[in-house]
Each structure stands twice: as C-alpha cells, then as structure tokens.
Design a protein around this ligand. Structure first.
Ligand SMILES: Cc1cc2nc3c(=O)[nH]c(=O)nc-3n(C[C@H](O)[C@H](O)[C@H](O)COP(=O)(O)OP(=O)(O)OC[C@H]3O[C@@H](n4cnc5c(N)ncnc54)[C@H](O)[C@@H]3O)c2cc1C
Length: 289
C-alpha cells in the first residue's frame, strides 16, 4: 500500500513548526520517527495533506540533567535512550522499558515524543511515564504549558494535546538513590507490542515500601495507574501473599481488548503475572541498592 499524496515540510525551529501547524490546520500532521504514522498512512487510516517533519529541529533532541530532573527532547530516539549512560544511572526504568520496544530498526527511528503523542495503549512509554511521575512540555500558539503524564492519556489515540500544539520535552524527576524499578513485558516475539506489561518504580526504608507507583500497558484503552495495588503495598514488606493480592487488584482494573495476542481472560491473567514479577524485581533491586 502507498500513502495518499501529501506535501512535505521540514522546519528548522519550533516556532517555524508551530506556524506551519497553525497555517495548515487540520490538513497537517507532525512527523517524528514515522513508525506509527506511516503505517497508518499506508493503510489510509490517516490521509494528511501535509506532513511537518520535526526531524531537523535540533532543540527537540537530547537528554540532559537539569537540577533534580532529567529533560528529554521529544525527538530523542529509543536507540539514544537505550544507550544513554545518564539515563542508565539516573532513570534505569526508562532504559529497561525502551529496550523492550519493538526491534532495533524501529528503535533507531522511533522517538519518545511520537510514542507518547500517538496515544496507542500498546505503546510502552505511557505506563513508563506514569510510573516515573513524568511531565510533558506542550508548546502551542498561545505559549507553553506543562502537564503531568498521569491524566494525559485520555483513551484510544486520545491525549490532552490540543490541535496546534507540539510536545517538545519530557521531564522526569530523578528517583532517589537506592530506588528500585522494573518493567516486565510479555510479548509473543521480538517486534511485537505487549500482550501485557507492568512498570514499577519503588523506594524502601529497610524492608518496608515507602513509595511506589505501578502502571499497566495494553490492558485497557489507555495505560492505567494501579492505585489500589499501590495502596496495598505501601508501608509493608513484600511477600508472596502480598504479591498475589497486588496482582489481583491490578487485574481487577483491566479491560483488555481481545485480539491475536489473547482473549480478555488471558490478558488479564498476564497483567497479574507481569505485576507480580515487576513488583518482586523492583523490591529486590530496592533492597540491594
Ligand atoms: C513493528 C513495530 C513494532 C512496534 N512495537 C512497539 C512496542 O512494542 N512498544 C511501543 O511503545 N511502540 C512500538 N511501536 C511503535 C513505535 O515505537 C513508534 O515509533 C511510536 O509509536 C511513534 O513514534 P514515532 O517517532 O515513530 O512517531 P510518528 O509515527 O512519526 O508519529 C506518531 C503520532 O504522534 C504525532 N507526533 C509525533 N511527534 C509529536 C510531537 N513531538 N508532538 C506532537 N505530536 C507528535 C504524529 O503526528 C503522529 O500522530 C512499534 C512500531 C512498529 C512499526
């Protein structure tokens, strides 16, 4: 399949891209790595008359430490994330999660900003961002606003991003030294999306959990925060009985869509298993740190 006809634009700055987006309106789409948009265009699910390529805007790339946060440009690729020594030491959950996205070819081109903006419940960054308490910088014709990842994902292909806005930067608070984390993802084969996956970011004092966030991938129309499971493990030391109960609570909020990866019951069960494994591993890591 080939795409319908479109005009290609390659702005060099964010203001230039915003101006194009404003002038071209609904006929235009932003292009990042193209690994979600181009397949949709080839299937004619999307037929934009104009593509605004963000690839030549240097200020949208890069990973930097800024005070107690890590700032990541929206056009930073998964490959750059996986190979960042700064992220490996400060935000290892992100490196672990990005390494499980698709395959090397997709990771060379696919960007964190595109993954977040697409609003696909199968994408891994939404749950990773929620677990990490990340914020997103959105620039539009009226200026800039910063919004929390938790609450950003509204539903299938739907986010808080308004027409005319560009996601420019991802901001992640650096987890305290000695934190533990894990991303556990079940996929049928390399290059597939998650059947179910769970992200956990945790802090412990002695054997007790003092902070935890748990987020789920691809078990509903959007990534989910497993708040009841979080509340259950807070203040406790983790054992098998607690893991089973946390898994049950995570499963209870799932509303997975049956597809070639499994029916509803199987996906819910796999969400429970990924939650159990991610919590156990994050707890071990927090206690080793
Ligand atoms: C075979 C295959 C397997 C995959 N497996 C996985 C997987 O396991 N996990 C996973 O997370 N992803 C997976 N993906 C998706 C991949 O990670 C995509 O790269 C990602 O979803 C989109 O990022 P992109 O940079 O390619 O964005 P694009 O495809 O260029 O854009 C996606 C959408 O986001 C919009 N957009 C892009 N950047 C911005 C921005 N800065 N501001 C506002 N809007 C923007 C575009 O207009 C478009 O609507 C897979 C893709 C393929 C082809």
């Amino acid at each position: 399949m080939i795409t319908s006809h479109f005009e290609y634009h390659a702005p060099r700055t964010v203001p230039e891209a915003l101006k194009l987006l404003g002038d071209l309106g609904e006929d235009a789409k932003l292009l990042a790595g193209g690994h979600s948009l181009l397949p949709m265009m080839k299937l004619r699910f999307a037929e934009p008359a104009h593509l605004i390529d963000l690839g030549k805007i240097g200020e949208l790339r890069g990973i930097a430490e800024a005070g107690n946060e890590i700032h990541i440009g929206a056009m930073t690729t998964e490959h750059e994330i996986v190979n960042s020594s700064l992220l490996a030491s400060k935000v290892p959950l992100l490196v672990e999660g990005a390494a499980l996205i698709a395959d090397p070819q997709v990771r060379y081109k696919g960007t964190i900003g595109g993954d977040i903006s697409h609003g696909d419940p199968g994408n891994d960054h939404p749950a990773l961002m929620m677990a990490l308490d990340a914020s997103f910088v959105l620039k539009g014709p009226g200026g800039s606003r910063t919004v929390k990842a938790d609450g950003y994902f509204l539903g299938l292909y739907s986010t808080l991003l308004e027409p005319g806005e560009i996601l420019t930067q991802i901001r992640i608070p650096i987890p305290a030294a000695g934190s533990g984390c894990a991303y556990q993802k079940l996929k049928r084969k390399t290059g597939d999306y998650a059947t179910a996956a769970t992200a956990v970011q945790m802090q412990c004092k002695g054997a007790k959990v003092t902070q935890v966030s748990i987020a789920l991938t691809n078990v509903a129309s959007t990534a989910l925060r497993a708040r009841d499971a979080e509340a259950l493990v807070m203040g406790k030391s983790i054992d098998d009985a607690l893991l089973n109960e946390a898994a049950r609570l995570a499963m209870s909020i799932c509303e997975p869509m049956p597809d070639q990866r499994g029916d509803e019951e199987y996906k819910r069960a796999m969400c429970g298993e990924m939650t159990r494994r991610a919590l156990k591993l994050a707890y071990q890591r927090a206690n080793q740190a």
